[in-house]
Unconditional design. Structure first.
Length: 678
């Protein structure tokens, strides 16, 4: 073990022990019961927040699904990736365990077509285009929102227009009561697979116009869990190894206000040391590959209104990403494989919105991004990329009708130190959206959108040694969607609200980027091929009602039907076969029950059968899988402190299943969480 690694582990252990000591030191000794009136007021406040969010979703011209802070607390999830499994149209790629990589695929368009934003600024990865959502915790998030198409707001950076779908992570803006100037939230989570996860959120009110927040957590797990293995000859239960993980995350943020404006700045640091649990094939169960991540970024945003018609917003970011991949089993002439990558990014965005008259608004946004990648790989070209995004957008809003349109211009200029680059790219991408309230007095709306978008090949696609192909074209996508929404709230009744959203969609993907093995598994070939047709149906329904006095029940159901088929050529055997990993049927069910200081929740996730290769035959068939998760918790007062104890059981029926072939997922497991709020 190197001295740097020892210091890193020591820092994590210090944080763990300190958090436990703080919890014991700060907990008061005497209890005081919470009054029934205050409990009921809290419950009513929560229902009002949920109703407001559902109304905003129903008005959007593009499909949007939102998980609020209350939702995130109540579902059995450890990271952002775990939480968004409950949203419709989402397929999660999970390679197993707490430290395994977790990426999402929305509406069968591929991981690289989904942009992830943290507080309005995109989290980028020019190297492979994939954002590992397992890195992001839930303990300081106000909400997670998923937009199919794009966010309908006008005053946003140009990057918000540049993806087929978007996930927005919003951190909590410190909110203080009168005469309150600080908040402390300590959490300690422990459970199966050696999990220890302390966390701290500290919020401080500096003055009336400036607030600060610090959020940090540590995760340690050995990642060892049992799984079922069969090769057609024998059937056995084995233990997954090399799934250990050690992570430390620190975020610090400032929230400020000034005359007719506001600003927000934050710094983010993420350190990780984890094993890579490999594919269980040929009776191999032991693996030695490891990955070290060192991510850091600073970002900021400022918004100011110069009049009641004109508003401007500026965003900026600098990011440094370091990753080391070690494979002692892969031996080359220079020794075992030890790849190290360093990516840097500088980003600047300016957006302005102008209100032309009572019904018509227009906006313009311009973004510039510079990205560079360095590696210790033989014959590496050392690429850098300049991306210019410019978008002109407009919105017309009448009493019952809203129409939005925009035109996005994307210019990409690649440069390399060695060999040749992919050259320059210039693409124009239009979008049109509408939302129509069918009847006055009744919230029944029809929404629709058309979006023409593309994605650039990543640095790995273009330039990775022995793999890259600089002649690759961008991947072009056309999206069509039409849906209907219905929302109704009730006063002084058992049922509180009903919210229903249903959408049918059609996507066509051209010049899809695929990888094919070459002479060996280390040398791959990248090329454009194919045409994919995607047809789907999404249905989302939510409601809340009071079955008995003092009981509140929230229910949510999501269902997705998809046909994502290869229509490249009628001469191919795979013509009109379902593309890999896309189930025709999938869905989820969530229920939350509250009674005074008690709360319980139940979650069910179902993914239908699918295929892991292009050919839809019995050899590539993957069984359907489903999981049941349940939790129960109790919240009580200790003087001025709120304490919450929550117990979880995940995969209640202990089902053995794979999301990716030969990467077994955990069976039944448990977590216990203690949260302390001051």
């Amino acid at each position: 073990m190197t001295s740097k690694h020892s210091a890193y582990v020591g820092t994590m252990q210090f944080f763990l022990y300190s958090s436990i000591l703080w919890t014991g030191f700060l907990l008061p000794l005497n209890a005081r019961a919470q009054t029934d009136s205050s409990k009921k007021a809290t419950q009513l406040k929560e229902v009002q927040i949920i109703e407001y969010r559902l109304t905003e979703q129903s008005k959007s011209p593009t499909p949007v699904q939102i998980l609020s802070a209350e939702d995130l607390k109540r579902i059995n999830s450890l990271s952002v990736a775990d939480a968004i499994r409950y949203l419709s149209g989402v397929q999660l790629k999970d390679y197993g365990g707490i430290g395994g990589m977790k990426t999402v695929n929305v509406r069968s368009l591929g991981t690289n077509h989904t942009a992830v934003f943290l507080d309005g600024i995109q989290i980028s990865n020019a190297q492979n285009g994939q954002v590992d959502l397992g890195k992001f915790s839930l303990n300081n998030l106000e909400e997670i929102s998923l937009y199919s198409g794009q966010k309908p707001e006008l005053l946003v950076p140009a990057k918000s227009y540049s993806a087929a779908s978007s996930i927005y992570l919003k951190t909590k803006d410190p909110d203080f009561e009168k005469k309150q100037n600080q908040k402390i939230e300590l959490g300690l989570k422990s459970g199966s697979f050696g999990l220890i996860n302390p966390a701290l959120v500290y919020q401080y009110k500096i003055n009336e116009k400036l607030k600060a927040s610090i959020n940090t957590e540590y995760i340690h797990a050995d990642g060892r869990y049992k799984f079922r293995y069969t090769n057609g000859v024998f059937d056995t239960t084995a233990v997954r190894n090399n799934g250990d993980v050690e992570r430390f995350r620190l975020q610090a943020a400032l929230f400020g206000k000034f005359r007719n404006g506001k600003w927000h700045a934050q710094a983010y640091s993420f350190l990780s040391d984890r094993g890579l649990p490999g594919a269980i094939v040929a009776n191999r169960f032991d693996f030695t590959q490891r990955i070290w991540d060192r991510d850091f970024f600073v970002q900021g945003s400022a918004e100011k209104s110069f009049s009641n018609k004109f508003t401007i917003m500026v965003n900026g970011k600098y990011a440094y990403i370091y990753q080391r991949y070690l494979d002692p089993d892969y031996v080359t002439t220079a020794g075992f494989l030890d790849n190290r990558f360093k990516e840097q990014e500088a980003y600047l965005s300016i957006a302005a919105k102008y209100k032309i008259n009572a019904v018509w608004e227009a906006a313009y946004a311009s973004d510039y991004t510079f990205q560079t990648l360095d590696a210790n790989i033989y014959r590496f070209p050392y690429p850098n990329r300049n991306t210019f995004l410019n978008v002109l957008s407009s919105s017309i809003t009448f009493e019952q009708l809203n129409i939005q349109a925009n035109l996005l211009s994307t210019t990409v200029v690649d440069r390399v130190k060695l060999y040749s680059s992919s050259g320059n790219k210039q693409v124009f991408s239009p979008t049109v959206m509408l939302s129509w309230k069918v009847l006055k007095g009744k919230d029944i709306r029809i929404r629709a959108f058309y979006k023409d978008i593309f994605r650039m090949p990543t640095f790995n696609d273009l330039y990775y040694t022995f793999i890259g192909n600089t002649q690759l074209n961008p991947e072009y996508t056309k999206q069509y969607d039409i849906g209907v929404t219905y929302f109704k709230s009730f006063k002084n009744q058992k049922i509180k609200f009903i919210d229903i959203q249903s959408d049918v969609y059609y996507n066509r993907v051209k010049d899809k980027i695929v990888a094919q093995p070459g002479a060996n598994l280390y040398r791959w070939i990248m090329y454009n091929i194919g045409l994919v047709d995607i047809r789907g149906l999404e249905l989302n329904a939510k409601t809340a009602f009071e079955p008995l006095n003092d009981f509140m029940l929230n229910i949510g159901i999501n269902y997705t039907y998809q046909q994502a088929v290869d229509v490249t050529s009628k001469l191919e055997e795979t013509y009109k076969d379902q593309i890999p990993y896309i189930p025709e049927n999938s869905g989820s069910f969530l229920a939350r029950l509250d009674y005074h200081s008690w709360h319980a929740n139940y979650g069910f996730i179902y993914t239908g059968f699918r295929y892991n290769q292009k050919a839809n035959n019995i050899y590539n068939y993957m069984e359907p899988w489903y999981t049941h998760d349940a939790a129960i918790g109790y919240e009580f007062k200790l003087k001025k402190v709120s304490v919450n104890i929550n117990g979880e059981v995940n995969n209640l029926l202990n089902q053995y299943y794979d999301i990716i072939p030969n990467f077994p997922m955990p069976g039944r497991n448990y977590r216990l969480t203690l949260t302390y709020k001051l």
